[in-house]
Design a protein around this ligand. Sequence first.
Ligand code: MG
Ligand code: FE
Length: 172
Amino acid sequence: MAGKEAKVDNLVDWLRDAHAMEQQAESMLKAQSSRLEHYPELKARIDQHIEETLGQQKLLDECLARLNTSPSTIKDIGGKLMAFSQGASGMFVSDEVVKGAMAGYVFEHMEIASYTVLIAAAKAVGDLETQRACEQILPQEEAMADWLKAHLPELTQAYLTRDANPDMAAKR
Ligand code: MG
Ligand code: FE
């Protein structure tokens, strides 16, 4: 009995971590989207992922509510501040669009790892609804990571072309 309780505690902790991560994702993606001017394809894909991210937050909220807990406010606020400082630091680099896409690719992989862990943890305690929620979220993170990977070369090329033209803004 004690063993099973311990497992549920871990699941709850990781769900709260994931919730904070999605708050951070929302702040980061919104900051990136609002600043992008010359890369409409990237902006559109980020906007799509903002919608997905809001849906993910809702699914995680429902999982936490079923387990009689709420998101960890302190972690959520910490995540938002971190996302803000990341967004703000991007403003000072001349290759903001490239750095932002690279950071996004890394972030998506952190999310992929998190949901892979959550699926295993939900399975371990037999929480089928949490398992299904995370199995619904995971492919969205994989698709975003795949899209960024596939588009990094042409994004880099577009940046370099704009950067080489003195009449064009390349940064974002
Ligand atoms: Mg996400
Ligand atoms: Fe994501």
